[in-house]
Design a protein around this ligand. Structure first.
Ligand SMILES: [Zn+2]
Length: 237
């Protein structure tokens, strides 16, 4: 099926065409139909992502509003993770204090509690995002938008899974880009090892969220383009 978001590219002012045929018996849509359908997609993160990915010059034009919408979802997530770490650390120091007050040899139960709470701190720390996450967001959002625009395709076979009769050795014929970490690190201007340690979790969370929002907006756009009132509109011959 055709991805109707591709139609948004036709809103490019430099290449305005007033009648856009889709072929296959589908009704032809004018650029104003497309613009009107876009207007029916509720404002918010999904629409901002979709416009950034699919509109010509979208990434530039929508950067400030997109950054605002991203910050709005990142903040509670950042806070939740930071609080989880603070609580785990608090639990651990509380338990340590209780043990030291008891002034006896460590019982098995106490040993187990301390071990569990130490493990909980390590886990919460691995989930917590770097303190300077907000400052790195703009670059990360740009990289995610670029990645959504390219469709995660294997660069070796351009997503076909084939370069010769044996397929594509890079992606094992899946067409999906293998090991994207290095490219992502470079895209956000960070050292690959620092990326894996500090930014991979944030990046992948952001990619998933923006991808889902983008898909939701796509369904809304598709519904708006297929709405009956579009077909009912008179067309110039
Ligand atoms: Zn490939």
């Amino acid at each position: 099926m055709v991805d109707r978001r591709e139609m948004l590219a036709r809103l490019n002012p430099q290449t305005v065409r007033f009648d856009v045929g889709q072929g296959g018996g589908a009704p032809s849509l004018t650029t104003s139909d497309i613009a009107a359908a876009l207007g029916m997609v509720p404002a918010g993160l999904g629409r901002e992502v979709m416009e950034a990915v699919y509109l010509p010059d979208g990434a530039m034009r929508h950067r400030p509003k997109l950054a605002e919408a991203v910050l709005a979802i990142v903040r509670p997530e950042f806070t939740r993770r930071a609080r989880a770490l603070a609580e785990a650390e608090d639990d651990l120091s509380f338990s340590k204090e209780m043990v030291s007050l008891s002034r006896r040899n460590l019982s098995d139960a106490q040993r187990r509690i301390l071990r569990d709470r130490e493990a909980a701190v390590v886990l919460a720390r691995s989930h917590a995002w770097p303190k300077n996450t907000y400052q790195h967001l703009p670059r990360m959002v740009d990289a995610v938008v670029a990645e959504l625009a390219s469709g995660n395709r294997c660069p070796n076979c351009r997503g076909t899974g084939l370069v010769n009769e044996k397929g594509c050795p890079e992606c094992r014929c899946t067409g999906i880009e293998p090991l994207p970490d290095r490219r992502r690190a470079l895209a956000i201007d960070c050292d690959p090892s620092a990326y894996t340690k500090r930014w991979k979790g944030v990046f992948e969370w952001l990619l998933t969220e923006l991808h889902q929002e983008n898909e939701l907006a796509a369904r809304q756009l598709s519904r708006a383009l297929g709405a009956d009132w579009f077909h009912a509109q008179p067309r110039a011959a």
